[in-house]
Design a protein around this ligand. Sequence first.
Ligand SMILES: C[S@@+](CC[C@H](N)C(=O)[O-])C[C@H]1O[C@@H](n2cnc3c(N)ncnc32)[C@H](O)[C@@H]1O
Length: 191
Amino acid sequence: MDVGGGGGYFTSEFRRRGAQAYLFEPDIRELGEKPPEGAVIADGYLLPLSDGVADVTFSSNVLEHVADPETFLSELARVTRPGGLIYVSFTNWLSPWGGHEWAPWHYFGAERARARYRRRTGRSAKHTLGENLFAVHIGTTLRQVRARDDVTVVSARSRYWPFLAETVVKAPGIRELATWNLLLILRRCPP
Ligand SMILES: C[S@@+](CC[C@H](N)C(=O)[O-])C[C@H]1O[C@@H](n2cnc3c(N)ncnc32)[C@H](O)[C@@H]1O
C-alpha cells in the first residue's frame, strides 16, 4: 500500500517489479493526469482497508505533511498484517531541505522564508507551516515509535546517505541537521 503516493510513480515501480501495489492519495491534484490504474482517493488517517491486509505499507515523504503523525502511523500499522513491514520516510524540519521549496531559508523562520520565495519567484509557495507542512523532528519521532506497542523498529537510518546511514541517526542534536531524511522500517507486532 503506497499511502500519500502522489502521482504514483512508486506504485508503478512496485508493480513493474511484480508486487500487487495500490495507491492511496487524498489530493486529486497530486494524482496528476495518469495515475496508476485503481488509484484510490483516500486519506491516510482513515484508509478504506480492513485490518492487516497489507504485507508492506509504504509512505514516502508524507509524515511531515500531516498534522498528527502518530495517528497517521497508527493507521499504517492497523492495515499492515502482523509480521508485515511499514516503510516511512520524511524530511525532518531541521534538515537542510526541511523548508521544502523555501529551504534552506526556513532556518531563519518559516514566514520570512515564504516571503522570500514569493519575492524571488513571483509565485506563492506551495507549503505553509502549520497548514500542509509541519515541523517533525527525528528525536521526538524515534521516541514516539519506540514507545509504541503495535510496531518494533527494524531500522532507523538516513534515507539518502550511502554510508553511515544508521550511525548518523544515533547522534542526538547532530542527527537533526545531518540525517536530511529519516527512513524508518517498522515491523507490525501481533495484536
Ligand atoms: C511530498 S508528497 C510525496 C509524494 C510521494 N509519496 C513521493 O515520495 O514522491 C506528499 C504527499 O502526501 C500527501 N498527503 C498529505 N496529507 C495526507 C494524508 N493525510 N494522508 C495521505 N496522504 C497525504 C499529499 O497529498 C502528497 O501527495
